[in-house]
Design a protein around this ligand. Structure first.
Ligand code: NAD
Ligand code: DAU
Length: 356
């Protein structure tokens, strides 16, 4: 009994692997972790697993068919949990090619490898096999104020190159089930936050900038709404869907925590004022309005009733408890943030923010 996890050195993937190996219900089932270690992948996220035989790390691309075939043949996993992706909307605006390559073509290669492997399984191994595709609420597009939250039946209306590439991958996964019978389940989750999130995304970017006394760049009017979920709750939801999700179904995952970006930034400033006061004054003095993101989606909100009704999952963390934990984690792991803010990171910050 082994899981093949892709993207397990990234933000959510590494949280998933750590939680999986610690969760009593998974009984220490081993994980083979395939990750290309792009700028977003970091073995330091998995440092606590060094020497743990239950975690086998393999550096490589999901688009490398020979490698994926070899991993499947060698480790005989009972499931693939597919996180690997290019994940940052702003990067997809500056350079969409990598998003098509990994999110669309890479997912296609993984599906084909999974199909060939699954076709040769027999009996219980065949019926128990799962391909769990981790996706996003961004495939549904943008909601008007007051419109009902996204259900699983909401039309696909992706607006950014990132969202379009994830929507394409969702469609491939659906088709591989419908046409070939591959036993797939897809999850569409809202914005995650928590430990090990790369500081290109809103919450960690604001924390590391504030601590460095740098501007806190709020896009446009800052009234765009996101629906925030603590990463540990997302990992628990994925474990639940893997265990009990119905084949061919999609499950929306969210925390019922809609908040405008400005409120998120104010909350972070207030927590930092409390936990690490700056002698120069309140952190809110650093907030700046900057040019908006092109095509910026105004509002996301997840209706998570299906996963609760069918599978009994609900988030354990409130936003207040999750965001406090997260700020504390970044305060306690300044070595981690210093390490990930490499030259390449500084180049990205210059590319994305210099002209705003
Ligand atoms: P991330 O960018 O932090 O991590 C992505 C990981 O994938 C990295 O470790 C990277 O090295 C690896 N990777 C990239 N290209 C690869 C390739 N070609 N082959 C193998 N590995 C490769 O992303 P994340 O925020 O952890 O997101 C993980 C998944 O969850 C993605 O599929 C994303 O679309 C989805 N998702 C993210 C969020 C969120 O808020 N972050 C919300 C919903 C869904
Ligand atoms: O909704 C799920 C998605 O959430 C995931 O699929 C993506 O992988 C993940 O990156 C995230 O996408 P967003 O674009 O919503 O996340 P991001 O953290 O980049 O931005 C959150 C909001 O904050 C968004 O409205 C843009 C805004 N923002 C972001 C940055 C980086 C700012 O105002 N300033 C910033 O500097």
């Amino acid at each position: 009994m082994t899981l093949l996890v892709t993207g397990g050195a990234g933000f959510i993937g590494s949280n998933f692997v750590l939680d999986w190996l610690a969760a009593p219900e998974t009984r220490g089932e081993p994980v083979v972790d395939l990750d290309a270690l792009t700028y977003a992948g970091n073995l330091a996220n998995l440092a606590s697993l060094q020497g743990d035989a239950r975690h086998v790390f393999v550096q490589g691309e999901i688009g490398d068919r020979a490698l994926v075939d070899r991993l499947l043949a060698t480790h005989r996993p009972r499931a693939i949990v597919h996180f690997a992706a290019e994940s940052h909307v702003d990067r997809s605006i500056h350079g969409p090619g990598a998003f098509i390559e990994t999110n669309v073509e890479g997912t296609f290669t993984l599906l084909e490898a999974a199909r060939a492997y699954w076709a040769k399984l027999e009996g219980d191994a065949k019926s128990a096999f799962r391909f769990l595709h981790v996706s996003t609420d961004e495939v549904y597009g943008s909601l008007a104020p007051g419109a009902p939250a996204f259900t699983e039946d909401h039309p696909y209306e992706p607006n950014s190159p990132y969202a379009a590439s994830k929507a394409a991958s969702d469609h491939l996964v659906r088709a591989w089930h419908h046409t070939y019978g591959l036993p797939v389940v897809t999850t569409n989750c809202s914005n995650n936050y928590g430990p090990y999130q790369f500081p290109e995304k809103l919450i960690p970017l604001m924390i590391v900038n504030a601590l460095a006394g740098k501007p806190l760049p709020v896009y446009g009017d800052g009234m765009q709404v996101r629906d925030w979920l603590y990463v540990g709750d997302h990992c628990a939801a994925i474990r639940t869907v893997l265990a009990r999700g119905r084949l061919g179904e999609t499950y929306n995952i969210g925390g019922w925590n809609e908040k405008p970006n400005r409120e998120i930034v104010q909350t972070l400033c207030a927590l930092l004022d409390e936990l690490r006061p700056d002698p120069a004054g309140p952190y809110a003095r650093l907030v700046r309005s900057v040019a908006d993101r092109p095509g910026h989606d105004r509002r996301y909100a997840i209706d998570a009733r299906k996963i609760e009704r069918e599978l009994g999952w609900r988030p354990a963390e409130t936003f207040a408890s999750g965001i406090r934990k997260t700020v504390r984690w970044y305060l306690d792991h300044t070595d981690w943030t210093a390490q990930v803010q490499s030259g390449a990171y500084r180049d990205w910050v210059a590319t994305n923010y210099a002209a705003r």
